[in-house]
Design a protein around this ligand. Sequence first.
Ligand code: HEC
Length: 766
Amino acid sequence: MKLTSTLAVSAALCALTHSATAAEAPPDYRFQVERLIEGIPQPMGLALAPDGRIFFNEYGGKLKIYHPKTRAIVVAGELKIFKDQENGFLGFALDPKFSENGWIYCLYSPPGFDGQNLSRFTMQGDTLDLASEKLLLQYDEQRQQCCHHGGTVAFAPDGCLLWSAGDNTHPHADSNGYGPLDERPGREPWDAQKSSANTMSLAGKVCRIRPKPDGTYEIPAGNLFPPGTPKTRPEIYAMGCRNPWRMSVDAQTGYVYWGEVGPDANDDGPRGPRGYDEINQAKKAGNFGWPYFIANNLPYADYDYATKKLGPLFEPLLPINESVNNTGIRALPPATPAFLYWPYRKPDKWTEFGEGGRTACAGPVFHWKPEFEKTNGFPKHFDNCLLFWDWERPFIKWARLDEKSDLVGLEPFTGAVVASRAATPLASGATKIKRPVFAVFGGDGQLYLMDYGEAWGANGDSQLLKISYVSGNLPPVAKVQPDFLAVSDAPDGEKKLSAKDSRDPDGGALTFNWTLQPGGKPLGTTAEIPVTIKEPGNYVAEVRVTDAQGASSTARTRLNVGNRAPKVTFLEPKDGATYTPGQPIKYRLAISDPEDGESSAKPDELGARTLVTGAFRRDDGKEEPLDPGITRMKQSDCFNCHAAEQKIVGPSLVEIATKYRGQSGALELLTKKIREGGSGVWGPVPMLPHPQLTDDEITIMLRWMLALEPGKGGPALLRGLAGEVTTPNPGKPEPGGFVLEATYTDLGRAPAGELSGRAILTLRPR
Ligand code: HEC
């Protein structure tokens, strides 16, 4: 009897703990990720207007608007800014009554004034009316040296406006990655006591004001120093910040969160602790410690930069700012420890942060509403969780908060979106995000996430994602194999199309309906069908996959009927042969095409359509030797008319890249042009249409093309049946091989379009 009841109790306990965990982790497949925009130069901030428009700013000065319905991107205006030392268009926020007043608050670095402007502008439709500027406030910084300016701009639920400002202090030189306290004459840019720890400076702070309709502002109750306190600025809400780049305000509690980008010291030492990045939480105004404390108030030691003498450790309960560069009060408020923190190496606490580079960023706190189940908003599971991430490492995580907004624990973000900067695609098929830079939840509970991309060039790989969560029945995922089929290569009936890889995320049975497009001729209703089309031509086979609830989706594949593929063979060199790095490699090719003939008979004609590229591939096998963009272009006819650096029939690809680099909407515009052809932009000669290419294929080509820079036209592309390819000489030998790839694209056999053949071999360095 006793035994049974003990069992019953422990079973009940198990059930309790079990249901707590079972409620966890909404399945990845219920998250749907849509890429709204790509290729935004230096995207920074993001705001959703009540009418559905998405506002975003570029660090270089532009404010842009994305219209979800038309997918159009409009340049609303461009601020005149000073661009050096990380200055720029730092951030913006829309007024809480934006739909009535059109007010937008911008934080930016004006030319001709050493500091930042916080200004209110009025939007006229899609136009940022520059003449409407009302300067709320300006604050001083130094512009002799780099860096750290923050700054996010955000409204709190009580109508107060907050912005974050960096310490405006040079991060390197004699601070050695510890607290920068250089008090020597002329070294103010290396002393964060002039800014973060100075109660008279607005740099190194989170500030809080209440804007008034006339373009001025008042000081709300609850800031760090009551108005009238001598030697203090009443706008200060949080002091002791280093670079609070990404900040957010909880829309329910008004609590403020920011990621603190921390200093570089690798190790603990006599001058203080190793560097940490932090997520901070301010439930009320406070001093957050920089440059005297880091992480959970680990103190730095005072340090005389002239004599190199170490002083005592700073005291978190009573930090004293004795710097010659301090113009504020001496005895500062006690320091508040960070909410979360992590160093370069794997921490003992919160091991899930792992190790690597650091740039901590705070995103929004998610608050669930029942209607989100209908609007595809995020699930209840994440109610009252703070989204935060590391821009550099990178990772994205949730911090679960309790009803007092205290930390309960850390949880992974959905596996449907993975922060990673590895070159290889994710095996899981999840969406990769390289450097998350800003995130907001819409009123429908969906998440808008801006990815800065890899920080080079025009941020060609930046993207704005919309992430939703489907609670009800999910449409099936339609898949078709292969994604291209040349039918004439095999006897009748031997070629098959398969939609077997299609699946229903909810696990139900699927039905299939195949049609031939254009025209809609039925092809079959089984998962696999034989292809028995006799009429030559280019076709699209479409399969509609439907689940038991009637939800469906389609997949397409292209068919080429009537043309036969060419065969490409290297006569020289032999696969696996050796070469001397830095020396040219001779190659000879033979082409055989059932329609076009043999290269031995028509060397010039077939040679003109033969392209050869060579590139070194390291043995780790991770790096593709060639960008998929160039591979796709070789398989189409692009290189008949275009070369990387010189004009042939069409403009050089580098010229095209230079013209469109960083232009929003360029991808859409050029996709349409490649698909439909046309003339008049570069001259009277038209480009032929390419109706057979899919959007994805064109995007892959354009991504490669638009990243081209003068003098760096990518791998050399050779034409002809014989020639020489130069091989790189890295000086230090690397494990790997030189991959030689030859492609021949035939003339097609009208009405069937062209097909290409390819030969690849790998040579080993001597
Ligand atoms: C028959 C020759 C020809 C072929 C084949 C060709 N192009 Fe072009 N391309 C041109 C010409 C000519 C222009 C200039 C058109 C103009 O002035 O509007 C051009 C322009 C372009 C542009 C710039 C468009 C603009 O409006 O500025 C891009 C991008 C481009 N081509 C990509 C491609 C790609 C990708 C392929 C292969 C899928 C390709 N081209 C195949 C001849 C060609």
